[in-house]
Design a binder for this molecule. Structure first.
Ligand SMILES: [Fe+2]
Length: 214
């Protein structure tokens, strides 16, 4: 069973995803939040060195700000090929903020895989699932889908707004994800949703029951 811990230390929900053979960190926070990140780990009894890989839902600044700070301690940032040209998208934003400590991602230390290779990659951590390319909020958007029904979608526009995005890339990405009949949806900012009729897999985090009619 894969265990999920939500780490709250910035405005972004980031997730410690622990399989039977290793741990994946899904998303990070804004630049300068490394200390808060370490406190959040301590709070949950976690150790940074236990993180094997960092996966980033997309490269907006509030998701990648301390990715390299963490990677400098050992974990390897893994990207899928569709994200290659976006790795430094936030650098310019951080450069404009005076006095902000930001460490740009080091390209030659990246682990670049394809979405087709993602199942094997996740299996190496004892996690059954795959990485799905889900553009819409941004062209570099990916989601992590666990075979047990839990999905991590980053900033992909929330499901309850789907009506507003008919015929767009957002809808196409959601259709890919909904085809897997997800049970729980973990967002980058919104509350975690338990899909109606699905059983909650774990209880460490606040959840919100979504009703199809809402
Ligand atoms: Fe974003």
């Amino acid at each position: 069973m894969v265990s999920i811990t939500e780490l709250n230390y910035s405005n972004t929900n980031t997730y410690w995803i622990e399989g039977s053979k290793g741990t994946l960190l899904f998303d990070t926070g804004w630049a300068g939040t490394f200390k808060s990140f370490c406190s959040a780990l301590r709070e949950h009894g976690k150790v940074l060195q236990d993180i094997d890989y960092i996966l980033l839902s997309h490269f907006h600044p509030d998701h990648v700000g301390i990715a390299q700070d963490i990677a400098d301690k050992g974990p390897v940032i893994t990207i899928v090929s569709q994200q290659k040209n976006f790795v430094h998208a936030a650098d310019g934003v951080f450069a404009k903020v005076k006095g902000l400590k930001f460490t740009p991602i080091v390209d030659d230390r990246l682990n670049v895989i394809t979405t087709e290779q993602s199942r094997g990659f996740l299996q190496s951590l004892g996690i059954e699932g795959e990485i799905i390319y889900t553009p819409g909020h941004s062209d570099d958007g990916i989601s992590l889908k666990l075979d047990d029904g839990r999905i991590f979608v980053g900033d992909l526009n929330p499901l309850y707004e789907l009506e507003l995005h008919k015929g767009t890339e957002i809808e196409r990405s959601w259709n890919k994800l909904l085809a897997f009949k997800p049970s729980m949806i973990y967002y980058g900012h919104a509350k975690t949703y338990l899909m109606e009729g699905k059983e909650q897999k774990e209880s460490k985090i606040d959840i919100y029951l979504i009703n199809d009619n809402e």
